[in-house]
Design a protein around this ligand. Structure first.
Ligand SMILES: *Cc1c(COP(=O)(O)O)cnc(C)c1O
Length: 381
């Protein structure tokens, strides 16, 4: 570990991931949702933090299950010897469901066709598939509409009777849980309760009923049921901007200045000369660009922390680099710049970037590119 860190200290940019923060955040979620299991969502490479280290930190923090979008992500976790229940839910026809069943990965079904395809995969794998039936309670994305729900439940019960599947979960996903009081929240809770009741009356005996993302876990007690599925909160970012739930942001994105120079007034900076110096000044070059996930729309807009202050990006964000203008402050090549982090030293947070860009913190952290090494702190990774 020490050797790894030392080697990483001299790379031009790193995303440091504080695994102790992830454990802390999962602890907060557990305490909030007492009585419910916690399934931490680690899709999209653990929201950009690194799927396998995040998975271990989440489990160490008290999660008992993990969730991902794709089959490939779930198989990655199994190959890394993660042996807790894993759920995945986003796939089309013809994907290797038999491999997922063989690896004991829980699969979601959102149609009769999907129930049948998974049942056939179970026959091929020689093992019972663990199935979660997904109701569309108002997000209109994946899931079964109320009209189709009875036929999907029937199909699952037939496959259950044949020994091909076991229905272990009934679930859904919320559209506006991050807007407390939104009328769709009560509507979705009601439709979900009805879907659960119908399935249970028909004979389904699920291990878990689950509906709550981070925002619902933290603010909607009735949505917690047997299991909550937080993602963003586990990484320490608030699902409801402006509300602080005692979470600690886990990712700190840093770069080291690769060039520093003094330039005269009137100097055009970066492509298109969208920034022109007003006086003699010092420019520093940061080796991170839009290929690394720094939004090009952050040109002349986003701030970073350098030499003890926030500085706005000066000019166009390029593919691999951008420039900052520090005036007469003293900087040298090799100095560390913090792009975003937990905010305790004054640096911007991912939420600050999201606010400036008109997006959500999820997009800021998940888009950090593969070229940026992730360095783990805070526990054995
Ligand atoms: C991404 C996702 C979550 C986690 O959502 P957060 O808002 O990050 O907590 C939970 N469930 C499903 C189905 C998801 O796609």
């Amino acid at each position: 570990m020490a050797a790894t860190l030392e080697r990483m200290v001299n790379v031009p940019a790193t995303a440091r991931v504080d695994l102790a923060a992830i454990r802390h955040n999962v602890g907060v979620l557990r305490e909030t949702a007492v009585g419910a299991e916690v399934m931490v969502i680690v899709k999209a490479d653990g929201y950009g933090h690194g799927i396998v280290p995040v998975a271990h930190a989440a489990l160490a923090g008290g999660a008992s299950r993990l969730g991902v979008a794709s089959l490939a992500e779930a198989l990655t976790l199994r190959r890394a010897a993660v042996d807790v229940p894993l759920l995945c839910w986003l796939y089309g026809p013809g994907e290797p469901f038999h491999e997922a069943v063989a690896a004991d990965i829980d699969l979601s079904a959102s149609s009769v066709g999907q129930v049948e395809e998974i049942a056939q995969a179970a026959v091929r794998a020689g093992r019972t598939a663990r199935l979660h039936l997904k109701a569309d309670t108002g997000l209109s994305r994946n899931g079964v509409t109320a009209a189709e729900w009875p036929s999907v439940v029937d199909a699952a019960l037939r496959a259950h009777a044949d020994g091909q599947v076991r229905v272990v979960g009934l679930w859904s996903h919320m559209a506006c849980a991050d807007e407390p009081g939104h009328p769709s929240i009560a509507a979705q809770l009601k439709i979900f309760a009805e879907a659960v009741e119908l399935a249970e009356k028909a004979g389904v005996r699920p291990e878990v009923r689950h509906l709550a993302n981070s925002a619902a876990t933290l603010t909607i007690p009735e949505a917690r049921y047997d299991l909550v599925r937080p993602g963003i909160a586990a990484y320490g970012l608030t699902p409801i901007p402006g509300r602080d739930f005692g979470l600690r942001p886990a990712m700190t994105l840093t770069g080291r200045l690769v060039n520093v120079k003094r330039v005269p007034p009137g100097t055009g900076v970066s492509y298109g000369h969208r920034y022109v110096t007003e006086r003699e000044t010092t420019l520093g070059l940061v080796p991170l660009g839009y290929a690394d996930g720094i939004p090009r729309s952050g040109t002349n807009l986003l701030e970073v922390w350098a030499a003890g202050r926030r500085r706005r990006i000066a000019g166009t964000v390029c593919m691999d680099q951008f420039v900052i203008d520090v005036g007469d402050d003293v900087i040298e090549a090799g100095d560390e710049v913090i792009l975003f982090g937990p905010g305790d030293r004054g640096e911007p947070t991912a939420q600050d970037w999201a606010d400036l860009l008109g997006t959500i913190s999820y997009e800021i952290v998940t888009r950090i590119g593969a070229r940026v090494p992730r360095v783990y702190e805070g526990s054995p990774a």
